[in-house]
Structure formats: structure tokens, C-alpha cells
Design a protein around this ligand. Structure first.
Ligand SMILES: Nc1ncnc2c1ncn2[C@@H]1O[C@H](COP(=O)(O)OP(=O)(O)O)[C@@H](O)[C@H]1O
Ligand SMILES: O=P(O)(O)OC[C@H]1O[C@H](OP(=O)(O)OP(=O)(O)O)[C@H](O)[C@@H]1O
Length: 235
């Protein structure tokens, strides 16, 4: 005999509707009709995990921060803070700075949904994103291109927004940012060419003209997210 998943019932922060969950994927919303008081049962879609990826200096943080300014107060979206083993307040991304020891401890205790090393640092995305996704909220975050396979396996539906910038523009932007040394900049330019990102869940976003134009395109994409058909991903 097969094992049936548990049916979970929870009231959503005092609001006038309930969520039912059956197994990992099926979520049902039960609410009351304002017109005649009848009960309405709807399937609630899981939120999409939006990965902003691209080489160092391509504008990930700038585009994310513009989108957060536009949508951060909208309850349909969640923009998590990353944990980074980098000293505090280097650059404009509002991250949570911590020591390598503290990071390893948190990682061992399951505090991160995703984590990776890059540029001599460790990065972590808090595991809280998973309950936001389950609640139907879209989670938007800057990650390494290296975590894409894991996300495709474990955290569907996902959308990968790949930021595109010509190499010489990248070099000029990294110099202008004044966060890294010359040799760090060269290493980041080398790394820029090491990933090839493709698939039906990938959207390419050019950031070679004004930042405002790129932010507007990204915000339009976020407000029109449609899940990619799962069978398209399996191909
Ligand atoms: N469209 C753009 N035009 C001009 N400068 C930009 C543009 N997008 C980003 N920048 C600048 O380029 C630098 C790198 O951007 P940043 O957002 O830090 O990139 P990333 O997070 O991908 O490393 C920053 O100094 C930023 O202000
Ligand atoms: O594996 P890659 O795709 O090359 O990415 C490496 C790292 O670079 C980015 O971080 P961060 O925003 O701190 O660095 P950046 O500002 O220099 O891009 C990205 O979020 C990864 O953590």
C-alpha cells in the first residue's frame, strides 16, 4: 500500500483564508466569497526562484537593487539578504557580513538553502527562502552560475536571468566600482568566460545601455512570470 502525504492546515497570519498542503507540491487556498459567503477552493502555485546571474561587474547588484526599490514592498516578492564572508559595507549590496568560522557553523546547521565559494569568499542564501516559495512568493537573488544545476534539480520552478555585457564594458565597470585590486579584476574577467548558460528557463538581459533601461526590463519580467513547462525542462 502506498504512503499518503499528510494534509496540513494552517491559518495565514490571521488573514481570512486558509492554506492546505498535500505532499510537497499541491497547495490549496480556502477562502470565503465576499458575495455570498460560499467557500472557494483554489490551487495555489508555488513561487518562482529567480536567479540573477552573470559575470562580476555585469550589474547584478545594481539591477537587483533597482527591482527591490520598485517591488520590495509588494508581498508577492521576496529579496533575501545574502550571508557573505566579506568585511561589512564593501559595495552597495546590503549583505550580512560574517566570519568564515561563523559561516561554516551556520552552514553545518542547515541555515542555507544554497551556498558556494567564489572570489576567495563564501556566500549563503538563507533557508527561509523555501517557505516563501511554498507560500507562493517569488524569490529574487544574485547567485553564482555554478548553483544553476542544483537549483534546477531541487528548487523548481526557477527562472535564470543571465546578464549580458561586453568584456571591455565589464573591465571599465569593475575599475569604476573600485572594490577590487587590478589582479582581482583580471581574475574576474577570466572567470566571466567560464560558464555557458542555456535552456528554456533562461532569459538573457542586456545591460549595455542605461541601468534604468535594464531595471525596467527586469521589473517587467518579474511582474509577468509564468512557470516554464516542466516537460520543456526535461528535454
Ligand atoms: N547600465 C550600466 N551603465 C553604467 N554603469 C553600470 C551599469 N550597470 C551597472 N553599472 C556599474 O557597474 C559596476 C558593477 O555593477 P554591479 O551591480 O556591482 O555588478 P555585479 O553585481 O554584477 O558585480 C557598478 O559600479 C555599477 O554602478
Ligand atoms: O560563479 P560566478 O557566476 O562567477 O559568481 C561568483 C560570485 O560572484 C557574484 O558575487 P558578488 O556579487 O559578490 O560578486 P560581483 O559583485 O563581483 O559579481 C555571484 O553572486 C557569486 O557569488
Amino acid at each position: 500500500m502506498g504512503v499518503h502525504p499528510r494534509l496540513l492546515l494552517r491559518r495565514d497570519r490571521g488573514r481570512d483564508h486558509h492554506h492546505y498542503r498535500y505532499g510537497d507540491r499541491a497547495r490549496l487556498n480556502l477562502s470565503t466569497s465576499a458575495q455570498d459567503g460560499s467557500l472557494i477552493l483554489r490551487q495555489k502555485p508555488r513561487g518562482t526562484l529567480v536567479l540573477v546571474v552573470g559575470p562580476s561587474g555585469s550589474g547584478k547588484d545594481s539591477i537587483l537593487s533597482g527591482a527591490e526599490a520598485a517591488l520590495g514592498k509588494n508581498d508577492l516578492f521576496f529579496f533575501p539578504r545574502r550571508d557573505i564572508t566579506r568585511p561589512a559595507a564593501l559595495g552597495h549590496e546590503p549583505y550580512h557580513s560574517l566570519s568564515l568560522e561563523a559561516f561554516e557553523d551556520r552552514r553545518a546547521r542547515g541555515a542555507y538553502s544554497l551556498s558556494w565559494p567564489a572570489h576567495g569568499l563564501w556566500y549563503g542564501i538563507p533557508s527561509a527562502i523555501e517557505s516563501h516559495l511554498e507560500d507562493g512568493r517569488h524569490v529574487v537573488v544574485n547567485v553564482s552560475r555554478g548553483v544553476i544545476p542544483e537549483v534546477r534539480q531541487r528548487l523548481q520552478p526557477a527562472r535564470i536571468v543571465s546578464i549580458q555585457v561586453p568584456r571591455e564594458t565589464l573591465r571599465a565597470r569593475l575599475k569604476g566600482r573600485e572594490r577590487e585590486s587590478e589582479s582581482d579584476i583580471e581574475a574576474r574577467l577570466e572567470r566571466a568566460a567560464t560558464f555557458h548558460i542555456d535552456g528554456p528557463d533562461v532569459v538573457r538581459l542586456q545591460n549595455d545601455s542605461s541601468l534604468e533601461a535594464a531595471i525596467n526590463t527586469f521589473v517587467a519580467l518579474l511582474t509577468n512570470l509564468n512557470p516554464v513547462e516542466e516537460n520543456a525542462l526535461a528535454r
